[in-house]
Design a protein around this ligand. Structure first.
Ligand SMILES: [Zn+2]
Ligand SMILES: [Zn+2]
Length: 340
């Protein structure tokens, strides 16, 4: 049997994930996050008048209790699953953002007439569409996340992400394929609509600025703090900054087991949409004591059975309960009964 196509697919996906500078988990962005983390931990030790030793810093950033936990190993399994299998299994279920974009541009042209190509410098129109698409991504992310928390059927699939009892950058990949499927389709609608509106407004196809096909603003945040959102390092943005940007502490609050924190901070890089829709919780400057996870005694937690297959059964139970609770249909009137 020839295994070479499988091996080259495996290596290709691995290369894309770690070597492309704009990928969600590029080697360079991990180095960026590590530098930010090292600077923060070193500065805190200096402020307390403690010595800075590489060994102490590394122990603070990679505690054995977290790295070797069952929860982290489950994150690793999901990382492999989403990197290598998700595209093959669910690729067919995804809406194309290009189709949405064309549809919206054509709809706007039919409603308002064709526009002349813009006289704005390319730098301005491309910057504008880069910002528009980033805001559309964030809004789509917020809405999908909101629905995943508020609709009990969808929560059963999103709960997999919240069942992590420790946070590491790989927890970002601990997402159920059903959640991913809905997320990518919602994104296609939001980004496609924004792109179509932009093409119409500028009277021509206008391309955003990208790095390895990812929006450049999103890539900036990935390098700066997105990886640190899934760590236990408390870096919080407060005041106006905390109303605009989703600091690592904002997202750690989102994972908290304290009911006061439930359904808060649903954005990705920005806190802006949470602020606008009333789901924002600005963290304190000093670390808040948090515990992570849901249903700690759930059977088969952190196993493939518990995190990949069981959500289907639990979601089916939720549906079943909904159907059983439905009020009985009104009794048929006499003539209808005769016809039946
Ligand atoms: Zn969530
Ligand atoms: Zn998370």
């Amino acid at each position: 049997m020839d295994f070479s196509p499988g091996i080259s697919y495996f290596l290709g996906q691995l290369g894309k994930a770690f070597l492309e500078p704009g990928s969600h988990i590029s080697f360079l962005s991990l180095v960026g996050a590590l530098c930010v983390a090292l600077i923060v931990v070193a500065a805190r030790r200096l402020r307390k008048g403690r010595r800075i030793r590489v060994k102490t810093l590394l122990r603070a950033l990679f505690p054995k209790r977290i790295v070797m936990s069952k929860s982290s190993l489950a994150d690793l399994s999901y990382f492999y699953f989403n990197l290598f299998l998700f595209g093959i299994i669910f690729g067919w279920a995804l809406l194309s953002y290009e189709v949405v974009s064309h549809g919206v541009a054509e709809l706007l042209t039919a409603a308002f007439g064709a526009r002349q190509p813009t006289a704005l410098p390319t730098l301005v129109s491309r910057t504008a569409i880069t910002v528009m698409l980033f805001l559309a991504y964030e809004l789509g992310y917020w809405l999908n996340h909101y629905l995943a928390h508020r609709i009990p059927f969808l929560w059963e699939f999103h709960k997999v992400h919240h069942s992590a009892t420790v946070l590491t950058p790989l927890t970002n990949f601990r997402v159920h394929p059903v959640y991913m499927c809905i997320f990518l389709n919602i994104l296609a609608v939001f980004i496609g609509a924004a792109n179509g509106a932009g093409d119409f407004a500028f009277g021509q196809t206008t391309h955003q600025y990208v790095l390895s096909e990812n929006n450049i603003i999103l890539v900036f945040f990935i390098y700066f703090y997105v990886h640190l959102q899934h760590t236990q390092l408390w870096i919080s943005f407060t005041g106006w900054l905390g109303h605009l940007f989703m600091s690592p502490a904002h997202h750690q609050i989102h994972h908290s087991r304290d009911p006061a924190h439930f359904n808060k901070n649903l954005g990705s890089c920005l806190a802006l949409w949470d602020w606008m829709f009333g789901t924002l919780y600005v963290p304190a400057a000093e670390p808040e004591k948090l515990e992570f996870g849901v249903e700690p005694d759930r059977p088969h937690a952190h196993t493939i059975r518990g995190e990949l297959f069981a959500p289907f059964g639990r979601a089916a139970l939720v549906l079943n309960r909904l159907i059983e609770r439905r009020p009985p249909a009104a009794p048929l009137s006499a003539p209808e009964r005769n016809q039946a």
